[in-house]
Ligand binder design. Structure first.
Ligand code: ADP
Length: 545
């Protein structure tokens, strides 16, 4: 197949005739029932919103084209039906693209990488919590279980001793977020590291279970992730080698007490010192969660007020205006804000908080903001929820910054060192200034590394805004790679570029990925191009973006 764009709907996959496509859809409809196969043959009325998003395309379209749209969406109800769909795709050579709930905002939403793919919306009908084990602190979920649903089920059972870890937006799927290596903000924030056991449908239709789940009568798949022999799980994360239909997940014990804290740092140039203070505290778990050092400008945007309330000119918003607005907020005038949480009973928290206070106060002008002075509608309390495993979606408010606000994220990984933070900030600043875009940086500190997360907010209805966002993203990815920083995750439209930056030793990793892809998916039907991995049938035909 050759790539083509801007055709009429339904977006029939390249290399498949209309007659074959129609026959294939009829065949699939006969297998799954007409209510479970939906043709995408009408232009979307609107893009909905986070909780009612389309499953046919990216509601935050940054390409401006219809390159990333589905031809149809199907709704399996079981692993057996997923197998049927996979066999069907092989028979007709139709690309399929699995989503759990499709709320992967900023990274492509529900959109497939190849135009005309049939999106498999696993979450709609496969949404059961199959197990919550209150003794082992684990659960077993299907793709349609959101962080909200899991949280609510645990509350409904009265399991006060169990905590869920939730990402910034709690409406997404536990499986989808984990497979994409998303993070949350309790000590169990590394979702991939806390999962245990996958059930996977392979591109040729077989089903396997990883880890201890490969044992026929396993009673340990949710408590020991490794099993015996090579660990296969990694092959199914950010990949196009399988469709995950079940996943075990560990749950955190309620620490029996928690307390959010907020520090304000006065100057932009405090960044390096603050980061160097964070490193040893985080590695030794005095700072216990993936905490965030956010630039103060985000505090303005996350109020949900539009940019034009503050500044109505093109080009980045001037620093003097940011300073004046931040001064009006509970944090007072500052450049950076550190949002953290201490866990455990009061005496344990007091011990850790005293160390943190002494360390942060080494920065001239650092202030601890007393939570009692922060109004209940302030974003601080949204972070407080999230760090305590209570799902929330306040974070989305900064999309109101511009009309029709959409976002796309630049997320390079770096050491937790002041000089790295400064380098990344400098390159982001330069590229944002060139593109006339406001810079919203936040450093999310993992355990031994941090991600800089820069969210570009753009008006998706304006071609010049989309193009500026993409140009800025592409430039930052290349600049970062030249300095040795790589993205931990990216939008569909940037996957080829980002994959290309992981090129050590003559692209050895990509060659390896392609060999596995061709072995497991000989017809190249499963999510072609995902993570920059193209099956043989597509390679060298101009599909890369
Ligand atoms: P969420 O449900 O959290 O909104 P998505 O459904 O948008 O997440 O999925 C995020 C990414 O992970 C997508 O690129 C998607 O292709 C992939 N993915 C999601 N669920 C599965 C699954 N069950 N099996 C394989 N890949 C998946």
């Amino acid at each position: 197949p050759q790539p083509q764009q801007q055709q009429s709907l339904p977006a029939i996959p390249q290399g498949v005739s209309r007659a074959t496509f129609d026959k294939a859809i009829t065949d699939l409809t006969n297998q799954l029932g007409p209510e479970n196969v939906e043709l995408n043959d009408k232009p979307p009325k609107d893009d909905g919103w986070y909780m009612e998003h389309p499953n046919t395309h990216d509601m935050m379209n940054v390409t401006g084209s219809d390159a990333l749209v589905a031809s149809a969406v199907v709704y399996p109800s079981s692993t057996a039906e997923v197998q049927k769909i996979v066999l069907w795709a092989n028979q007709y050579r139709i690309p399929i693209f699995p989503i759990s709930m499709g709320r992967n905002l900023g990274y492509g939403g529900a959109a497939p990488r190849v135009r005309g793919s049939v999106v498999i919306d696993l979450g709609k009908r496969m949404n059961k919590i199959l197990d919550i084990d209150p003794d082992d602190h684990t659960c077993l979920v299907e793709p349609g279980v959101s962080f909200y649903a899991l949280y609510e089920a645990i509350q409904a059972k009265g399991y006060d001793h169990l905590w869920v870890d939730t990402p910034d937006l709690g409406g997404g799927s536990v499986i989808g977020n984990t497979l994409d290596r998303g993070v949350g903000y309790t000590p169990y924030g590394d979702h991939w590291a806390t999962h245990s056991g996958l059930e996977v449908v392979l591109p040729t239709g077989e089903v396997l279970r990883t880890g201890m789940g490969a044992l026929p009568h396993s009673n340990t798949s949710q408590i020991f992730p490794y099993g015996f022999g090579p660990i296969a799980d990694g092959l199914f994360s950010q990949s196009n080698l399988g469709i995950v239909t079940q996943m075990g997940m560990t749950l955190m014990p309620n620490p029996t007490g928690h307390e959010s804290f907020l520090y304000a740092f006065a100057l932009e140039t405090d960044l390096a010192q603050v980061i160097d203070i964070i490193r040893p505290l985080r590695i030794s778990n005095i700072l216990e969660n993936v905490a965030q050092l956010r630039s103060a400008v985000q505090t303005i945007a996350v109020q949900g007020r539009p940019r034009k309330d503050f500044y109505d000119q093109p080009g980045p918003i001037p620093q003097s205006i940011i300073d004046a607005e931040v001064s009006k907020l509970p944090c007072g005038k500052c450049a950076w804000l550190y949002y953290g949480m201490a866990y455990g009973p009061p005496h344990i928290r007091a011990y850790k908080l005293a160390i943190i206070d002494a360390e942060f106060k080494k920065v001239a002008g650092a202030r601890r903001i007393d939570p009692a002075t922060i109004p209940k509608d302030n974003y601080f309390w949204s972070r407080d929820n999230i760090a305590a495993g209570v799902p929330d979606f306040e974070e989305l408010l900064w999309c109101n910054w511009v009309p029709n606000g959409s976002h796309i994220a630049f997320s390079p990984v770096s050491p937790i060192r002041g000089k790295d933070a400064e380098r990344l900030m400098a390159l982001a600043k330069r590229r944002h200034a060139e593109s006339g875009i406001d810079l919203f940086p936040a450093f999310c500190v993992g355990l031994r590394e941090m991600h800089l997360i820069v969210e570009i907010v753009f008006d998706k209805t304006k071609p010049e805004a989309r193009e500026a966002a993409m140009a800025c993203m592409r430039a930052m990815v290349d600049d970062a790679a030249a300095l040795g920083y790589g993205e931990y995750r990216t939008h569909l439209a940037l996957m080829d570029q980002v994959a290309g930056t992981y090129s050590w030793n003559d692209n050895a990793l990509m060659k390896f990925n392609e060999r596995i892809k061709d072995a497991l998916d000989p017809n190249g039907i499963l999510a072609p191009g995902k993570s920059g991995i193209w099956p043989k049938r597509y390679r060298g035909r101009g599909w890369e973006m």
